[in-house]
Design a protein around this ligand. Structure first.
Ligand SMILES: O=C(O)[C@H](O)[C@@H](O)[C@H](O)[C@H](O)COP(=O)(O)O
Length: 268
């Protein structure tokens, strides 16, 4: 059984007994938001990241989800992408395609991945342009509170340094306010060239999920969620800057990742 509670301003926290339980709860949540979004506006605009998150979504391609999800209504985007070829093992697109997208009926034209034949800067510019076109044609809803798209669901992993998407602590990409997509050529996590959604886009989504597993994430989880002492305050921890302005924020974690949260108690 998951331990679930809502922090006064850091969203809903779900600490799972193990990875199996976490992945079932995660795909249940994704299927639920997919259904609600399609009912509300005809499509589901989902944003993926890279890393372990994708394997935790693996049950989506198994019964009952593969049958109940309306894949034809899905539009798929990435919160960040490594600027490598689409067949490269580092590609977030390849990871999602091999694990999920090739196994269900998402239309290839609904899969919005980056141009892998240009520089990081051009890939970011083109990706933002493509999203702007989709906002104009109302495939992606425009936010009412900001000059940003309002994606139905943005799924983020979190690094042990507290990075989300490719927004790393103390990196200038964290400060970008006017672009929807920016680029890096010096990512502390390899590979160095990446594109990433900016914080205003992440914080304009209808729902944002952060997934963190394993003990190496425990300190970053604590710094991202708990009320901090003046000694601990870490204003530039990217995961703490995830604060949807009019959307939901949910943290999915396992016990080791949640073990340093204030008041963490688990009923055995
Ligand atoms: O492309 C990337 O590198 C990711 O989008 C990145 O933000 C990832 O989600 C985290 O680093 C967590 O990755 P793990 O879950 O594998 O630790």
């Amino acid at each position: 059984m998951a331990l679930t509670w809502t922090h006064k301003d850091r969203g809903e926290i779900r600490v799972h007994e193990n990875l199996e339980e976490l992945s079932i709860d995660l795909v249940d949540y994704i299927a639920e938001i997919s259904e609600a979004s399609i009912k509300e506006h005809g499509v589901f605009c989902i944003v993926l990241s890279g890393g372990s998150l994708i394997n935790l979504m693996g049950k989506l391609v198994e019964p009952p989800y593969n049958k109940i999800v309306d894949w034809a209504k899905w539009y798929v985007f990435w919160a960040d992408e490594r600027v490598v070829g689409k067949n490269h093992d580092d590609s977030n697109y390849k990871l999602a395609k091999d694990t999920l997208l090739s196994k269900v009926n998402v239309f290839p034209r609904h899969i919005c991945s980056i141009n892998d034949t240009v520089s990081a800067e051009d890939a970011a510019t083109e990706y933002e342009f493509a999203i702007r076109q989709m906002v104009k044609t109302r495939t992606v809803i425009a936010s009412e509170n900001s000059d940003c798209p309002r994606f139905d669901l943005i799924l983020l992993g979190m690094g042990s340094d507290g990075h989300v998407a490719s927004l790393f602590p103390n990196h200038p990409a964290l400060e970008v306010k006017d672009d929807w997509v920016t680029f890096l050529t010096d990512s502390p996590k390899l590979p160095p060239e990446r594109i990433t959604f900016t914080l205003p886009v992440i914080n304009s989504a209808a729902s944002v999920v952060v997934v963190a597993t394993g003990e190496s994430k425990a300190n970053a989880v604590h710094l991202a969620i708990d009320d901090l002492t003046s000694l601990e305050t870490s204003p530039s921890l990217p995961a703490r800057l995830v604060q949807p302005s009019s959307g939901n924020l949910i943290w999915f974690m396992d016990k080791p990742a949640g073990s340093k949260l204030d008041g963490f108690k688990f009923s055995e």
